[in-house]
Design a protein around this ligand. Structure first.
Ligand code: SF4
Length: 240
């Protein structure tokens, strides 16, 4: 990170401190005009942010990544969201050739066989499309909350993502699960029915499961892998 971008990050962090999420989003949309983008997986937090953006006409582009292995319920909530806000959320898809080559070499469910193959699958289906979505953008809005992180880990609302070379803004970082649920309910926002079955971060169907009360969020994805705290943190970040 250069001195200039660090200075800019500190300045903007100061400018948004004390603002509510909607006003902060509006300010960031102004400062990062045309370079701000929001990644949605249609989880509860994402739906809150989508509602804030649309209801307040904040010029933030919204996109999703369709890995090709998503739950059917995600497509339902995606369609309902498009209808509610009279929009068409843009999707990025894996590159066909990369996917075909990977599946021909390793089979359709190779992610269960080794961590390496799981990471390759994630790269082809998620990371490479994300990199394409982020081209020319400098601020990524996410639905990350502190409760998603392993115990003892913290992040800033506005932080530099060295891997993707963008600033990330997590407007709901300090929201509780109850706040998110109430916002969804009070504003009649469409949500993924799987949340009613203990699902939290809902992504690809073969790699996501519901969790029991008290289980960490990281238990919801790639549960068959042994993970260190760092890997758990990285796994959570990979979802945002
Ligand atoms: Fe592949 Fe599972 Fe990663 Fe989805 S979450 S991209 S299916 S390994």
């Amino acid at each position: 990170m250069t001195y200039a971008s660090e200075f800019k990050l500190n300045t903007i962090t100061h400018q948004i401190s004390g603002l509510n999420e909607t006003d902060a989003l509006a300010l960031l949309a102004h400062v990062f005009k045309g370079e701000i983008i929001f990644s949605t997986s249609f989880n509860l937090e994402d739906q809150v942010i989508t509602d804030m953006i649309h209801r307040n006409n904040i010029p933030v582009e919204i996109f999703t990544i369709d890995t090709g292995r998503l739950f059917e319920e995600i497509y339902h909530v995606w369609s309902r969201t498009n209808r509610k806000y009279n929009t068409a959320i843009k999707a990025y898809y894996p590159q066909f050739n990369n996917l075909q080559e990977f599946i021909e070499a390793n089979g359709p469910d190779a992610f269960y066989e080794s961590k390496q193959l799981r990471k390759e699958c994630c790269f082809i289906r998620k990371i490479e499309p994300l990199q394409r979505a982020l081209k020319g953008k400098s601020l990524l809005v996410t639905g990350l909350r502190l409760e998603h992180l392993p115990e003892g880990r913290s992040v800033e609302e506005l932080e530099w993502d060295a891997i993707n070379q963008v600033t990330k803004y997590h407007p709901l970082l300090y929201w509780t699960t109850e706040q998110v649920s109430s916002f969804i309910y009070d504003n009649n926002i469409p949500y993924n029915a799987l949340h009613n079955k203990g699902f939290v971060n809902i992504g690809c169907a073969p790699c996501t499961r519901g969790i029991k009360p008290g289980e960490p969020y990281s238990a919801a994805n790639w549960w068959w892998e042994q993970k260190s705290v760092t890997e758990k943190t990285n796994a959570v970040y990979a979802l945002y």
